[in-house]
Structures are given as C-alpha cells and as structure tokens.
Design a protein around this ligand. Sequence first.
Ligand SMILES: NC(=O)c1ccc[n+]([C@@H]2O[C@H](COP(=O)([O-])OP(=O)(O)OC[C@H]3O[C@@H](n4cnc5c(N)ncnc54)[C@H](OP(=O)(O)O)[C@@H]3O)[C@@H](O)[C@H]2O)c1
Length: 311
Amino acid sequence: MRILVTGASGLLGLNLALEANASQYGGHSEHTVIGVVNSHRLFTQAFEVIQADLLAPGALESLIDKTQPDWIFNCAALAIVDECEANPDLAKKLNVELPRKLATIVARGGARLVHISTDSVFDGQVGSYVEEDHPNPLNVYARTKLAGEQAVAEADPYAIIARVNLFGWSLTGKRSLAEWFYSNLIQGSPILGFTDVYFCPMLVNDLAQVLFRMAALGLNGLYHVASPKCTSKYGFGVAVARQFGLDDRLISPVSISESDLKVVRSPRLTLRCDKLVQALGGPLPDWESGLSRFFELYRQGYTQALHNMAR
Ligand SMILES: NC(=O)c1ccc[n+]([C@@H]2O[C@H](COP(=O)([O-])OP(=O)(O)OC[C@H]3O[C@@H](n4cnc5c(N)ncnc54)[C@H](OP(=O)(O)O)[C@@H]3O)[C@@H](O)[C@H]2O)c1
C-alpha cells in the first residue's frame, strides 16, 4: 500500500505516518509512507517527506500525480481555535476548500480518503453525541470543520470521515493538552484545569491504529472515533500529573467561566462510538490505557526522538 499523509508535521499526521508500518494494515506489514509538511522541516528516515504548500495552485494535483497513493489520510488543517478566529479565510481554505478538492480528486478513482474532523462540531450542551445528532458549531474552527465534513461527503461518498479527539507527543511539544500539562507541571508552574469541560481523548498512536483498521475494513461515511471513557480537563490533568509522578496540586480546579479564553468552546464534548465499535467488532482504546502508553513512549525516548526530527 502507498499511504499519503497530509499534515505529517502535525500531532496526528506525524504519529500516524510513524505508526503506519507498525500496523497490521490490510494484513501487510510494510507500506510506502509519504508525509507532506508545509512550514515545518521534518528529518526522519521512517518515511518519505515532501514539502508542499497544498494551498498553492496545482500543488495538490501534482502531489497526487507524483505519489500515486492507495490511501490518503488528510490530517492537514488549521486546528488551532484562536488562529481560526483570527484568520477565518485561511481556516476556510484549509478546513473546507482543501478537503473538498482532495475528495473531488479522489472520487475520480485511484485512491481512498480518510478525512479527519473533530468533536467540536457539537455545541456540547448535552453530550453523548452519536453520528446522527445535529451539529451546532460555536466558533470558526468548528464551523469550518463541519463544512469540511459536508464538502468531503458530497464530493466522495466513499470517504471515511472521522470525528476525533486526541492527545500525544508532537514535533514541537506544544500540540496536545497532555503535553501542556506535562511541560507546565515539570517546570513547577501553577495552572488551571477546567472541571466543567468534558472530552473523550484517544492517544494519537492508538487513534492511528484504529484509523488503519477502519481503512482496512473498507468502511465509508461518518464515524465518531473517541475514547469510550470521558473525563474533565481537570481530571485529565491530575491523571497526567500522577502518571509522571508530578505534583497535581499545581493544577487548580476551576470553571471555564473563570478563564480568560476569548473564543467560545463547547463544554461537554462526549461522543458515543457504538457505530464504530460494531463495525470493528470490539472496544476502542480508552484514554487511561492511552495515558499509560503516553508515559511508556516517553520512557522509551519517543518524545525526544520526535523533537529531534525538527532539529
Ligand atoms: N489536536 C487536537 O486536539 C484535535 C482535536 C480534534 C480534532 N483534531 C483534528 O485532527 C486533525 C489533525 O490535527 P492536529 O492537531 O494534528 O493539527 P496540527 O498539529 O496543527 O497540524 C496541522 C498540519 O497541517 C499542515 N498544514 C497547514 N497548512 C498547510 C498547507 N498550506 N499545506 C500543507 N499542509 C499544511 C501543517 O503543516 P506545517 O506545520 O508544516 O505548516 C501541519 O502538519 C485536524 O483535522 C484537526 O481538526 C485535532
């Protein structure tokens, strides 16, 4: 299989590209993996790296023509809530127009697409959302991600669209909530943990494996892909502290209403994944086992190895 990963310098894309050859993807153990980066430099022998601004005219067409992928995992996005609010045009280009173009090219034949979306398409007033529930995005990021889902589904009904939430180690050390808790706690910095914001994050390495299994099974359409257990952001921070033997008293339990966050966020982003569990024939990995593996990866030098890729 030839696997093309867009956003390969990002939190999901990098870990997914690294996991590809560790997976039992379609019964094969070896795949040709090609990762696309844009502004970041990435040095690795684990997969081929291509630098491309996918918003440049003709860049996407030429990339696909050159790489001839069997599967494309679209992890490129503008995924930072505040940046989307500040640059709504860029958010639209990356989160809506790029996926639409990708799905349109893929629908002509030759490749299959896995497009990544987010739990944030919901307003988080109720929680326990299933795929059929009505989305109600609250900010530019969420609105553009929902529009991206719709654009992909229209252009390529065979695409997998995965609504995810994730944590893990990243190239920059700054892309996930777990990294944020870890880096503040290790420096002894006091921080806030929201007691009234809930989510169901999955370790990015586990998430990658689930996405590969979905692809191997030939699934299509919209799926929720999240941890079967959920927690508050505060509870997650305390668990990170305890996992690393750090002082959880540095985390103050507060309401999000006490924070200085400017962009409105959904408070209860808990997803039900029954559709996927049924399709896979077994349970999904939960965040607690993911956190143990997050720690194990750290102990094995994975964190530093990722940072070294940025040199
Ligand atoms: N992180 C989360 O907590 C979270 C939660 C729910 C859903 N998601 C979804 O998961 C997906 C991956 O998110 P992430 O956190 O891994 O994102 P990320 O770390 O911010 O990475 C974004 C990637 O997009 C690439 N990119 C940006 N502009 C590009 C361009 N013009 N051409 C080519 N590539 C470009 C970036 O490349 P450069 O950095 O090299 O420019 C980077 O590799 C997104 O769809 C996001 O909405 C993420």
